[in-house]
Design a protein around this ligand. Structure first.
Ligand code: NAD
Length: 427
């Protein structure tokens, strides 16, 4: 299981930007910590009859722009600090995408692979019972995150609806299609990244056929990014998974590669050009080699902290699209900047997932199903607008895209907070 690390840099980043924006200390105080942070016990009856106590967390960072929104992760490394920082990141991500949501995050300290299906269901329902009065469609709307999925959301929404004594599909997002899930949710994050790729290619005059990509991670995000980029004609020459990657100089077909991976249980040897997968077309590559490939665009779509001060000087791509959360650390970013390598920050590049969650929340509230086309159109529109705002500010102020994205996101929440206090007559 991939280890989780928490991102203290994000809190530091907030402090620096808040200072630069001349935000009042009262507002900084409100924004630098969650408005509410709960740790609670979840008693679960195990299959052997024993009662076991698990610990759950929910951090509600800020709801100035709307109800808290953010995933619930099940992982043995879950900690209060990590959940706090991730909930703050959700506030900025929702603000930047102009969604009527604030930021939240939750988690349970557990290795879900060690639980039976029944134990997992009892844990999921127990989580909801533990925080029931603090969540709801207009209060705090959780979603899947690391090691949680549509089935877990279905149990959670059912538990919530039972406790509430009313059908409440808008209390959670990331649900199964049969239970008010959204068509297009699965591919939304990867699709959103390709909207950004499209904007970059227009700005820099990149011709898809001649533009090469290396993608780290071939899970939900990496695969869908590869799929939509390939459909637009981009040439994907490297992809990888945790155990290593493949290099296919003529450009690989993501759909065929996925089929091959499913058949073999790994991507090693899946050198698929068109519908033919043959050892002749490619070779094995390590994750470290992937990061240093002479491609035009590098897409880290796996885990955090993969581009660091140790390897930033060896990156040969001209552009980076941060699809994972926190793949480029701040020290690496300043090295990349000096080397004129442009990096699109995670809170913008991977916002497609939360934008789709917003659409799912709307359709669950309105009880009116959205078609996939409408979802993808909405994603394109929302992400293009967010990208354009960030791009314009970065040009105007001559700052990097990450700083521009944080400035916009934090400023918007700070402005709304100022109004809230002005009404109350505090500031
Ligand atoms: P996933 O579990 O479906 O896939 C993860 C992929 O990364 C797998 O291919 C795995 O083999 C690979 N991987 C894991 N550890 C690695 C390592 N050390 N080196 C190289 N590859 C490694 O996860 P996902 O849903 O695709 O999420 C990927 C990233 O995107 C995560 O950082 C996640 O937080 C972020 N993200 C996901 C979504 C979403 O909607 N799924 C939304 C926003 C952000």
């Amino acid at each position: 299981m991939t280890k989780l690390t928490f991102f203290p840099e994000n809190q530091k980043q907030f402090g620096e930007i808040a200072k630069g924006l001349n935000i009042e200390s009262e507002i900084i105080q409100e924004l630098e910590e969650p408005q509410r942070l709960v740790k609670f016990q979840i008693p679960v009856q195990m299959d052997n009859g024993e009662n076991k106590i698990f610990f759950g967390f929910r951090s509600q960072h800020n709801n100035t722009l709307g109800p808290y929104k953010g995933g619930i992760r099940f992982h043995p490394d879950v900690s209060e600090d990590e959940i706090k920082v991730l909930s703050m990141l959700m506030t900025w991500k929702c603000s930047l995408a102009d969604l009527p949501f604030g930021g939240g995050k939750g988690g349970v300290v557990v290795d879900p692979k060690k639980l039976s299906k029944g134990e997992l269901e009892r844990l999921s329902r127990g989580y909801v019972r533990g925080i029931f009065p603090l969540i709801g469609p207009d209060v705090d709307i959780p979603a899947p995150d690391v090691n949680t999925n549509a089935q877990i959301m279905a149990w959670m929404v059912d538990e919530y609806s039972k406790l509430k004594c009313e059908d409440s599909p808008a209390a959670f997002t990331g649900k199964p299609l049969e239970a008010w899930g959204l068509k297009g949710r699965e591919e939304a994050t990867g699709y959103g990244g390709v909207v950004i790729l499209d904007r970059l290619s227009k700005i820099f005059g990149l011709e898809p056929k001649k533009t090469t990509l290396a993608i780290q991670g071939f899970g939900n995000v990496g695969y869908h990014f590869a799929y939509f980029a390939f459909k637009k004609g981009f040439k994907i020459i490297v992809i990888s998974e945790i155990e290593g990657g493949i290099y296919v100089p003529n450009g690989l077909d993501p759909e065929e590669t996925l089929k091959c991976k499913r058949a073999r249980g790994k991507i090693a040897g899946c050198y698929c050009v068109g519908s033919v997968c043959d050892a002749f077309f490619g070779k094995k590559i390590t994750n470290e080699e992937l990061l240093q490939m002479p491609v035009d665009i590098l897409v880290p779509a796996a885990v955090e902290n993969v581009i660091t001060k140790e390897n930033a000087s060896k990156i040969r791509a001209k552009y980076i699209i941060e699809m994972a959360n926190g793949p480029v650390n701040p020290e690496a970013l300043s090295i990349l900047e000096k080397r004129k390598i442009l990096s699109v920050p995670d809170i913008l590049a991977n916002a497609g997932g939360v934008v789709a969650s917003y659409f799912e929340w709307l359709q669950s509230k309105e009880k009116k199903k959205w078609g996939k086309e409408k979802v993808l159109e909405g994603l394109t529109d929302t992400l293009e607008k967010a990208f354009n705002k960030v791009w314009e500010l970065s040009k105007k102020e001559n700052i990097n895209l990450r700083k521009a994205a944080y400035l916009l996101a934090i400023n918007k929440v700070a402005k709304a907070t100022r109004k809230k206090y002005a009404i109350r007559g505090i500031i």
